[in-house]
Design a protein around this ligand. Structure first.
Ligand SMILES: *Cc1c(COP(=O)(O)O)cnc(C)c1O
Length: 766
C-alpha cells in the first residue's frame, strides 16, 4: 500500500495543503494503525477516524516510531512534531479514496470487482489461485472490502499485471457509489444474495439494486448460481451453474453447496478467461478450504500458538505480527517461519518487518530442520508457505490434550460487540465483564483481544482475576466486584479498582491505603437498588459519603447497580423502579461529593431492553458471546462457541448387552454405540445420562446410552455410517449453546463456566 508521486500531483489529487514542513516526492507506505508501524520513516500516517478510535490521538506514538509524514483533517498541535510534514485535507478517508481512484486510472489491466452477501473472500482467493496459472494477478488482501479496505487494496496493486481482483462490500445504504467510483471495474462478479442478515437497507430490493450498481460500466458480469438475475439487466452477463462445469467440479474436494457454488464461480470465471488443462484440474483439487484463517490454539509449555495459513508476503506477515502483539501482552513472542526453499529477497523483507516488532526470537526453518524447544509462557506465531510442511511445525508446538475442545470465534465476538456498540449513545463507554475465565472463553486470550478492539474498561469478580489480567499486560482500568479484605493490598499494588459495598469494607480499604501511603485511589460504590445482593442502600449513603469526603485516600470513580430482570421486557415495572432509585441515588451522591463519576446499571440484556438508562457506561458479558433473549436482536448476533470432540471407539451391542456403570442401559435389540471422550468432569453434566441429552454426528442426533461417566459418554449411532475419529458436535450449528443449556435445565452462563479447564480452547479469527 504505497503512494508514489510528486507532491504537487498528490496535493492536487487529494485537494490537500501542506501546513508544516517541506517535501518534493511522496514515496511512502500507507499506515493508519500506530501499532502496525514498521519502517516509520518510509511511511505516511493517515489519521483516520473509526467508531472507537481517532487516528489523531495516535500522532505522538506514530512520531515516536519514526513517522515524518502525516495526513490529517483536524487541528493538531503540529509544532510539537517539528521534524514532520503535515498535509491537511477536508476528510482523510475521502482523500485516500481520491488518490486510490487516481492510481487505479493508471493501471492498464482490467479489474474484476467481486461483491455479494457471502463468499466474496473465498471466491476472490480461489479465482486468484486459478487465474494465476496463466496470468499475473493482483488481489485485495484478506477481506479488505470496506471504504478503507478497497482504497488500500487498489494502492497495493502492482502497476504491471494482467488482472486485479477487488473485493467490495457494503453494509449500509449509499455506500456503493464511492466504491464503484474508485474501482471502475471492467468485469463484475455477484457471488450471492442472502437475506439472513438483518441489514441496514430499507428493503431487499433497494439492497440488491445498490449491489448491482457496482456493475454499471462493466463489459461483462458473472452471477453466482444462487443469484436471481433481474430481467431488466441487459448488459452482457452469464449465470454460473455447477452443471456447466461438471468435469472441473469432479476434481473439487468438497460437496457441500456453499463450497460448490463458490468453486463454480471461480472455475467459471477462470474458464471464461481461457484457463484450462491438467494444471487447472490439479489446482482445483487443491483449492484450500479456508484460505485466510488465523487459528490460535494452546501450545506446549503454557504457550499460545497462532498459525497463519495465509500467503507468505510481507503485507500479510505484518498483519499477523500485529495480531501476535495484540494478544501477547507481556508474554514472550516467538516467530517461526517455515520456508520450503531459500529465498533471500523474501527473507530480507520479512526480517525487516520482524525488526520493528521485536519478538524475543525468530527463526526461518527449512524442511528437515527442527524447531528449538526453548519457549515457555510464550506466544508463538507460525507462518509459512503452503509447501513448507506446516503440519509438522503445528504438531510440534501444539499441546496434545484430549481430543475434546472448544472453538472460540474471535471474529464473532468482534461482530457482536459492534452490534452492541451500535445501540449505544456516542459517549457511552463499554465495560467488558471477563470474570470466571471470561465466561469460560479463556482469560489468557480474550481480555487482551478485547482491549485491542478498543474496550476501555474491564470488570472481574475477584482481585486474583484482576492480577492475572495485569500480568498478561492489560492496561485498561479494572473493576473488582468482590474485593475482600485480603485482596486489598493486591488492588493497590496492581491498580485494581475495588467496588465498595459496605461501610466496614470501606474502613478497611482506607486503612490499607493509609498503610501504603496512597492517596486519591479510585473506588466504585455498589448500590443495591432491588437485587438484594451486595450493595449500599439509600439510607447508608450519608454516612458513607461523609467518610469518603473526609478521607483523601479515596475518590469515587464510579457508582453502579445491577438489574434483577433486565431480560423482562413485558413487565418493565421492577427494572424501571431500580433505574429510578439509581437515578436519585447517583444524583444525591453527585450533589454531596461535588464531582462527577461514571454511572452504570445495564448488563447485556439491559442495553437492548432499557437503552434509555445507559448513563455513562454499560457492562457487557454474555452478549459478547452471542446470546440474547431479545427476539429480533438475537438474530443479529453470531454464535461464538463450538464444543467438539471425536469418536474414540465404535462397538456393536447384542440384545441383552449392558452399557456403563449400574448397567443402566440394556440393549433390547442389536445396536451400534460410539464412545466419546467427554464426561461430567469436563462439564457434560451427569443429568444428561440415559438419553436425556446427546450430541450430533453430522446432522444426526445421537442420544447418550447409560450413564455419563467422569471422562466419557456412550452414544447411540445405530444405522449411521460412522467411523472412529469422526468429529462429534456437543455445541455448535445443530445443537446451540442454548439448546444444550435447556437439556441440562440450566442457563448458558452456567454451561460456559462449568466447562472444565482441561478442555482446551482453540481461537479462530478471520
Ligand atoms: C456479570 C455481570 C455483568 C454482565 O452480565 P451479562 O448478563 O453477562 O451481560 C454485568 N454486571 C455485573 C455486576 C455482573 O456481575
Amino acid at each position: 500500500m504505497k503512494i508514489n508521486c510528486e507532491i504537487s500531483t498528490f496535493l492536487d489529487v487529494i485537494a490537500g495543503k501542506i501546513i508544516q514542513g517541506d517535501l518534493t516526492q511522496v514515496d511512502h507506505t500507507v499506515v493508519y494503525d500506530s501499532r502496525k508501524i514498521y519502517q516509520g520513516s518510509k511511511s505516511i500516517f493517515i489519521a483516520l477516524k473509526s467508531n472507537h478510535r481517532d487516528g489523531h490521538q495516535f500522532i505522538g506514538e506514530a512520531y515516536d516510531k519514526g513517522i515524518r509524514l502525516f495526513l490529517i483533517d483536524q487541528t493538531t498541535d503540529v509544532q510539537a512534531y517539528e521534524e514532520a510534514v503535515f498535509i491537511h485535507v477536508a476528510d482523510v478517508l475521502k482523500a485516500l479514496q481520491s488518490y486510490a481512484k487516481y492510481y487505479r486510472k493508471q493501471l492498464n489491466y482490467p479489474l474484476i470487482a467481486i461483491t455479494g452477501s457471502y463468499g466474496k473472500t473465498m471466491v476472490k482467493e480461489w479465482l486468484y489461485e486459478l487465474l494465476s496459472i496463466k496470468y499475473k494477478v493482483q488481489r485485495s488482501p484478506k477481506s479488505y472490502n470496506s471504504q478503507l479496505g478497497v482504497a488500500l487494496s487498489l494502492l497495493n496493486f502492482d502497476p504491471q499485471a494482467d488482472f486485479g481482483l477487488v473485493e467490495v462490500g457494503i453494509s449500509e445504504a449509499g455506500e456503493m457509489e464511492s466504491l464503484a467510483e474508485m474501482v471502475q471495474p471492467e468485469y463484475g462478479i455477484f457471488t450471492s444474495f442472502g437475506t439472513a442478515h438483518r441489514t441496514n437497507f430499507k428493503s431487499e430490493k433497494e439492497h440488491f439494486a445498490e449491489k448491482m450498481s457496482l456493475f454499471k460500466g462493466c463489459q461483462f458480469t458473472f452471477f453466482g448460481p444462487g443469484v436471481e438475475v433481474p430481467k431488466t439487466f441487459s448488459a452482457p452477463h452469464q449465470k454460473m451453474q455447477p452443471s456447466a462445469f461438471q468435469k472441473e467440479l469432479s476434481f473439487f474436494p468438497y460437496t457441500d453447496a456453499v463450497h460448490v457454488f463458490n468453486a463454480t464461480i471461480a472455475i467459471g470465471v477462470a474458464s471464461y478467461f481461457k484457463v484450462k488443462g491438467p494444471s487447472f484440474f490439479d489446482r482445483i483439487k487443491h483449492l484450500p478450504s479456508l484460505a485466510m484463517r488465523l487459528e490460535t490454539f494452546e501450545g506446549k509449555n503454557q504457550s499460545l500458538v497462532i498459525h497463519d495459513a495465509y500467503h507468505l508476503d510481507t503485507e500479510a506477515f505484518v498483519q499477523s505480527l500485529a495480531f501476535q502483539v495484540s494478544i501477547a501482552g507481556s508474554r514472550d513472542r516467538i516467530v517461526v517461519i517455515g520456508m520450503h526453499e531459500h529465498n533471500s529477497a523474501l527473507e530480507e523483507q520479512l526480517t525487516q518487518a520482524l525488526q520493528s516488532f521485536q519478538p524475543i526470537r525468530y527463526e526461518f526453518l527449512y524442511p528437515n530442520e527442527q524447531p528449538s524447544l526453548t519457549f515457555d509462557h510464550s506466544v508463538v506465531l507460525l507462518k509459512g508457505t503452503r509447501k513448507a510442511g506446516m503440519e509438522r511445525l503445528i504438531n510440534f508446538y501444539r499441546l496434545k490434550k484430549h481430543q475434546t475442545y472448544i472453538e472460540i470465534d474471535l471474529s464473532a465476538i468482534k461482530h457482536n460487540i459492534e452490534k452492541y456498540r451500535a445501540e449505544l449513545n456516542p459517549g457511552t463507554k463499554m465495560m467488558a465483564m471477563v470474570k470466571a475465565d471470561a465466561y469460560g472463553s479463556g482469560q489468557d486470550a480474550i481480555p487482551l483481544f478485547l482491549e485491542n478492539l478498543g474496550i476501555p474498561y474491564f470488570g472481574v469478580a475477584y482481585a486474583d482475576e484482576g492480577i492475572a489480567l495485569r500480568k498478561l499486560g492489560v492496561k485498561a482500568p479494572i473493576l473488582v466486584m468482590n474485593a475482600e479484605e485480603d485482596g486489598f493490598s493486591d488492588c493497590i499494588q496492581y491498580a485494581l479498582e475495588p467496588a465498595i459495598y459496605a461501610k466496614y469494607q470501606l474502613d478497611q480499604f482506607i486503612k490499607e491505603l493509609i498503610f501504603s501511603g496512597k492517596t486519591h485511589f479510585p473506588i466504585h460504590l455498589k448500590l443495591d437498588t432491588g437485587m438484594h445482593r451486595l450493595g449500599f442502600e439509600q439510607a447508608d449513603l450519608p454516612e458513607v459519603l461523609a467518610l469518603i469526603k473526609s478521607q483523601p485516600e479515596v475518590y469515587v470513580k464510579g457508582v453502579y447497580s445491577h438489574l434483577a430482570e433486565s431480560d423482562n421486557r413485558r413487565d418493565r415495572r421492577f427494572s424501571e423502579l431500580q433505574i429510578n432509585r439509581f437515578q436519585s441515588a447517583t444524583k444525591f451522591i453527585y450533589e454531596t461529593l461535588g464531582y462527577a463519576f461514571d454511572r452504570h446499571i445495564l448488563n447485556s440484556e439491559g442495553i437492548i431492553n432499557y437503552g434509555f438508562a445507559q448513563f455513562d457506561m454499560v457492562r457487557i458479558g454474555i452478549g459478547m458471546y452471542g446470546l440474547s433473549n431479545h427476539p429480533a436482536f438475537k438474530n443479529d448476533l453470531k454464535a461464538v462457541f463450538k464444543w467438539k470432540s471425536s469418536i474414540s471407539q465404535i462397538k456393536k451391542l447384542k440384545k441383552g448387552d449392558s452399557v456403563g456403570y449400574n448397567r443402566s442401559f440394556i440393549a433390547s435389540e442389536t445396536k451400534t454405540i460410539a464412545i466419546v471422550p467427554v464426561g461430567y468432569a469436563d462439564g457434560f453434566k451427569r443429568s444428561l445420562s440415559q438419553g436425556k441429552g446427546g450430541v450430533y454426528w453430522k446432522q444426526h442426533f445421537c442420544p447418550t446410552l447409560g450413564n455419563v461417566c467422569m471422562d466419557m459418554i456412550m452414544i447411540d449411532v445405530s444405522g449411521l455410517p460412522v467411523n472412529e475419529g469422526d468429529e462429534i458436535e456437543i455445541i455448535g450449528g445443530h445443537q446451540s449453546l442454548l439448546d444444550f443449556a435447556n437439556q441440562t435445565e440450566t442457563i448458558p452462563y452456567e454451561v460456559l463456566t462449568s466447562i472444565s479447564k482441561r478442555v482446551h480452547r482453540v481461537y479462530l479469527q478471520d
